[in-house]
Design a protein around this ligand. Structure first.
Ligand code: 1GP
Length: 248
């Protein structure tokens, strides 16, 4: 299996220090709007488009959005699935992820058991990722039966992250939940980065260049924003400010 997208991400992290992903959710924006957001985000300097959402229930909406996005962007489109429904043959890669602090085996391994055969059939590039929810957790935390980690206990995030790395996962995503009031604090990002050799992605509640910069300074290799450009019309400008704040 090719590691083309993964290699691209690693090269970009090497070059830029911290990269930016734009998350679009076909449950919240039409396929047309997802493509519009993605195209403007690329102009603003985003490194890749992530697509998915905790409540996504229509694979045809997902397929449609990806096909439209791919007509307008050159950066990779990476699936961020909530389960088998979040798999599309039109994407460039898939975060093949397990919600490590879920209490429900479905989100730990059963959704992956159901998805792996179609990922293989579609010859999708799978990038193994440990997904960890902290703070509010928001809809992702609720739907995923997570026991969100309190920001006061970063050592728990360190433990899960080290477990991910030791199991052979190649990225860790520290998630506060889309729309979180507070993003993952730099103390938690820093604690995890101190111990991990694999790249750390941080997302949820990042709306300002200052918050993005704080995550970068704490050691994040990538930051994800979603809500920022769902709420704003000046997508290119907003993304560009964030990208500038995380540039070396
Ligand atoms: C969700 O962390 C991402 O997985 C994005 O969060 O919508 O708060 O930017 P926001």
């Amino acid at each position: 299996m090719t590691r083309k997208v993964e290699q691209y991400l690693l090269d970009q992290i090497q070059k830029k220090g911290t990269i930016h992903f734009t998350l679009v959710d076909p449950d919240k924006s039409s396929g047309y709007d997802c493509a519009l957001i993605a195209a403007e985000a690329e102009k603003g300097g985003t490194t890749a488009i992530m697509i998915g959402g905790s409540t996504l229930a229509s694979s045809s909406d997902l397929d449609d959005a990806i096909k439209r996005i791919k007509e307008h962007v050159t950066v990779p489109v990476i699936l961020f699935p909530n389960g088998p429904m979040g798999v599309s043959k039109y994407a460039d890669a898939i975060w093949f992820m397990s919600l490590l602090n879920s209490q429900n085996p479905y989100y730990l391994i059963d959704a992956q058991m159901l998805s792996a055969p179609i990922v293989k059939k579609y010859m999708l590039e799978a990038i193994p990722m440990g997904y960890i929810i902290a703070g509010d957790g928001c809809v992702a935390g609720y739907v995923g039966y997570a026991r969100p980690i309190s920001f006061r206990h970063p050592q728990l995030a360190v433990g899960y992250s080290l477990a991910a790395e030791t199991l052979g996962m190649r990225f860790v995503y520290l998630e506060a939940g889309s729309g979180a009031i507070e993003p993952i604090p730099p103390t938690m990002v820093g604690a995890v980065c101190k111990y991990l050799d694999i790249p750390i992605i941080v997302g949820g509640g990042i709306r300002t260049p200052e918050a993005a910069h704080a995550a970068k300074t704490a050691g994040a290799s990538a930051i994800v924003t979603g809500t920022l450009v769902e709420e704003e019309s000046e997508v290119k400008e907003r993304i560009s400010e964030i990208v500038k704040a995380i540039s070396n």
